[in-house]
Design a protein around this ligand. Structure first.
Ligand SMILES: NC(=O)c1ccc[n+]([C@@H]2O[C@H](COP(=O)([O-])OP(=O)(O)OC[C@H]3O[C@@H](n4cnc5c(N)ncnc54)[C@H](O)[C@@H]3O)[C@@H](O)[C@H]2O)c1
Length: 271
């Protein structure tokens, strides 16, 4: 009975940004397949996409290159999905770009615009394309990957990136209100720092490993980086019937990061 609540059999899930081996989209796509879903996956990284497709095996209905910031490419992706007879039950938006760290007064307009094109408009374009099919079915689940950086400020030159994540959170709430009564739920998962390929590449850099990493861990009460795999259970939950009344939630999956007070000291009883 309880396991059935989390069963995704019979559902078609689209995961955008599923091509980064070891990334969040990759982990969620594989997790959804284990839960019984069939998958439509896209990415701009064709090699990575092909690796994910082969790992998915028969669960992969469609794997297609798509830059989610391009309206024409998103339209082509949904046209191909429809041609495959697939009405999407679940949409998970994962991609992001973060071209460089810049303090607010040094952010170029080009970087600002590119981050909003992919991290915000890209999510909007996929959502806009998915909603008519979900309305026709009278059900659907939209899951956006936000960030703890969209709720609390990160500094370290993350100004524009953080603003895009805050926009994703508000987009999620607006969708939840607009479509809740028509059976479409919208929620967001807010990870803290994860050991994704991007972050893992920084671990070899002594300045990051010895300077930034200890600060990150001090803010993570579980005293470890999150793993992309940590996002899978929450993503299955939000897609499943177990979350049938969960709508408009910004769910931190952050090891307790956002719960901690500035004076918080994990595991210490003194002072
Ligand atoms: N890594 C972290 O510590 C962390 C923390 C909080 C939130 N997040 C969020 O988690 C999500 C995933 O992060 P990740 O580190 O797994 O990312 P990742 O880089 O590992 O994977 C993202 C994928 O998106 C693809 N992509 C980029 N631009 C695209 C576009 N225009 N169209 C289609 N695909 C595109 C990339 O090719 C890549 O395969 C992001 O939304 C990120 O903001 C990450």
């Amino acid at each position: 009975m309880a396991a059935g609540l989390f069963d995704l059999s019979g559902k078609v899930a689209m995961v955008t940004g599923a091509g980064a081996n070891g990334g969040v989209g990759h982990a969620i796509a594989l997790g959804y397949a284990r839960a019984g879903a069939r998958l439509i996956i896209c990415d701009i990284d064709e090699d990575g996409l092909e690796r994910t497709r082969s790992e998915l095996g028969d669960a992969a209905v469609l794997a297609m290159r798509c830059d989610i910031s391009r309206d024409d490419q998103v339209e082509a992706l949904f046209a191909a999905s429809n041609a495959n007879g697939c009405a999407i039950d679940v949409l998970v938006n994962v991609p992001f770009v973060f071209p460089r760290r810049s303090q607010p007064h040094e952010v170029t307009l080009a970087d600002w615009e590119r981050m909003f094109e992919v991290n915000v408009a890209g999510y909007f374009l996929c959502i806009r394309a998915a909603i008519p099919g979900m309305l026709a079915k009278g059900s659907g689940a939209i899951i956006n990957i936000g960030s703890n950086a969209g709720v609390s400020a990160l500094g370290r030159g993350a100004f524009a990136y953080s603003c895009t994540k805050a926009a994703v959170h508000q987009m999620t709430r607006e969708l939840a209100i607009e479509y809740g009564r028509r059976g479409i739920r919208a929620n967001a998962i807010l990870p803290a720092q994860m050991r994704t390929p991007g972050l893992a590449s920084h671990l070899a850099n002594p300045a990051f490993r010895d300077g930034v990493l200890p600060r990150i861990l001090a803010g993570l009460p579980m005293n470890r980086l999150l793993e992309p795999e940590d996002m899978v259970g929450p993503a299955i939950f939000l897609a499943s019937d177990a979350a049938s009344a969960v709508n408009g939630v910004l769910l931190p999956v952050d090891g307790g990061n956002l719960a901690m007070n500035a004076g918080g000291s994990p595991g210490e009883a003194s002072a």
